[in-house]
Design a protein around this ligand. Structure first.
Ligand SMILES: Nc1ncnc2c1ncn2[C@@H]1O[C@H](COP(=O)(O)OP(=O)(O)OP(=O)(O)O)[C@@H](O)[C@H]1O
Ligand SMILES: [Mg+2]
Ligand SMILES: [Zn+2]
Length: 508
């Protein structure tokens, strides 16, 4: 007796359809699973036996062969428990075979026959229509994630015995329809607010520009000046994600299997790995490669505090994603590519003692020490950061000023959202979303400088001896500043402000 059902295996952040076939014949009672299964799949044998028996079905005392095809794709986890159990029950006549083969089923079984949630459900539901599979049986807890993309009919279940009745047509269950309010993960980003930050107007302005145009930002300044405080508040002013961006981000989180991922992720991610993080933690990796911090921050912010303390090899990993917006992890036989388009926010001290350029304190570092410290961050990496801003130590009077109330995140965000909308309209037909992503073609087309602006830019480049690379960055940042101003053309004040954010080009 032969029976078949579909299931799926993850491959990076995508899914491959797997056929689960079961053949039962008379002979010595053995239960084998073939098709390159890893340890977890072998363990699934014990769970399947217990779950079938505890769901009040008889487990056949015959020769059972389960084949997971194609054999050459890697399979991991308990995701195949449910399809294997259903397939066995069908092979012994408990489930109608012709009904079974139109479904894709995923889920880990508990010993008592309950269905446990699994990872990577969104990528699977996106892969099903391409394989002409319309009906998807999922663990109850995965129902929202399975249905967000609207690609398949989702049938969520909590126990094995109900699925048997459902497939046999003895129990009617309508496809799960999500509720938009429920499905959007509404966790608020407003844990921190810019109204808590005293002074530091120019750094906050730089954060606003960075968030508006998706520019990478480096804050440099003495200890205690508020760099970490400002960076943490950037999440509160980021523009909302588009539906497509939400799907991309949720897919990555779905594969990692974080609980967080119950619906669609709506807010941009803010990731802040510690400076001791390994290069694998940043880039992603493992036997079955999983996304790392650069991908978890996809469409959001990657905040690297104490930037100069990160290991050099860890920092060098950032070069590919900063350039290509994706990261490739190579394995002996194949390589995996994960999306990694993030806004980099970095914070560091200007020198080892932290007081270089301080208004009142003296720097005690030698020039060699200062150089060594700055050289920890390579030129090519520095080059990929559009906005450099100095965060000076607060004056005592600013810190103790109880009168002045700083602008809150909500009104800053309104300006950011408006500026981002202009960019969405501008790049409507292209693949990019924000000014920071412009290449020379777009720069030429969208960054028209008026005469005065051009004169200022020329003067700045000559006087400050800025490189040709700096030119593009200044123009892109000026484009964002003009967007914040609601101006079509880039004027002299926009260029003048953008030039300010290249201070370290002179220092380096
Ligand atoms: N501008 C500010 N407004 C209000 N409080 C501030 C400000 N700057 C610093 N503080 C206070 O000082 C603390 C330390 O600030 P923060 O950690 O942001 O400094 P930092 O610049 O990141 O220093 P380090 O270089 O040591 O990392 C904050 O938690 C806050 O209480
Ligand atoms: Mg800090
Ligand atoms: Zn110093």
């Amino acid at each position: 007796m032969l029976s078949l059902i579909y299931s799926a295996a993850l491959n990076g952040i995508d899914a491959n359809i797997v056929e689960v076939e079961t053949y039962i014949s008379s002979g010595m009672p053995v239960f084998s699973i073939v098709g390159l299964p890893d340890v977890a799949v072998k363990e699934s044998r014990d769970r399947v036996i217990a779950a079938i028996k505890n769901s009040k079905f008889e487990f056949p005392s015959k020769k059972i062969t389960v084949n997971l095809a194609p054999a050459d794709i890697k399979k991991e986890g308990g995701i195949f428990d449910l399809p294997i159990a259903l397939c066995i029950l069908s092979a012994v006549g408990k489930i109608k075979k012709e009904n079974l083969k139109k479904f894709c089923a995923i889920g880990e079984l508990s010993l008592e026959g309950k269905i446990r949630k699994v990872k990577g459900v969104l990528p699977i539901s996106l892969a099903l229509p391409k394989n002409n599979i319309k009906d998807f049986i999922v663990p109850f807890e995965n129902r929202q994630e399975a249905s967000v993309a609207g690609t398949v009919n989702v049938f969520p279940f909590e126990i094995l015995s109900e699925i048997v009745k459902f497939i046999n047509g003895e129990m009617v269950v309508g496809p799960y329809k999500y509720n938009e309010n429920e499905i959007f993960n509404n966790s608020s980003n407003n844990e921190y607010d810019f109204s808590d930050v005293k002074g530091q107007k120019s750094a906050i302005r730089a954060a606003e520009i960075a968030a508006s145009g998706g520019h990478n930002l480096l804050m440099s300044g003495p200890p205690g000046s508020g760099k970490t405080m400002i960076a943490k508040r950037i999440a509160s002013i980021l523009p909302p994600m588009t539906f497509d961006e939400s799907i991309e981000t949720t897919k990555i989180w779905s594969v990692v299997g974080n609980n967080f991922c119950e619906g669609l992720i709506k807010n941009r991610m803010f990731r802040s790995p510690h400076h001791t993080a390994s290069s694998i933690a940043l880039a992603g990796g493992g036997a079955y490669p999983k996304p790392g911090e650069v991908s978890l921050a996809h469409n959001g912010v990657l905040f690297l505090d104490e930037f100069a303390e990160f290991r050099r090899d860890s920092l060098e990993i950032l070069r590919q994603p900063l350039e290509d917006k994706k990261i490739t992890i190579s394995r002996a036989k194949e390589s995996f590519t994960f999306p990694a388009s993030f806004m980099l926010v970095a914070a560091m001290n200007p020198c080892p003692c932290g007081n270089l350029g301080h208004r009142e304190k003296d720097c005690i570092c030698t020039p060699t020490q200062i150089n060594k410290y700055k050289n920890k961050i390579s030129g090519p990496l520095m080059d990929r950061i559009d906005i450099h801003v100095e965060v000076l130590a607060l004056k005592l009077s600013e810190l103790t000023d109880l009168e002045t109330i700083s602008e809150g995140s909500a009104s800053i965000r309104e300006r950011v959202v408006r500026a981002r909308q202009l960019q969405t309209d501008r790049f409507y037909k292209s693949k990019i979303h924000a000014n920071a992503q412009m290449q020379s073609k777009e720069i030429k087309r969208y960054c028209v400088l008026d005469k005065d602006a051009y004169a200022i830019l020329k003067m700045a480049i000559e006087k400050l001896m800025l490189s040709a690379r700096s030119y593009d960055k200044i123009v892109k940042v000026a484009r964002t500043i003009a967007d914040l101003d609601g101006m079509q053309n880039i004027g002299s004040s926009h260029i003048a402000e953008a030039v300010k954010y290249r201070f370290s080009d002179r220092n380096f």
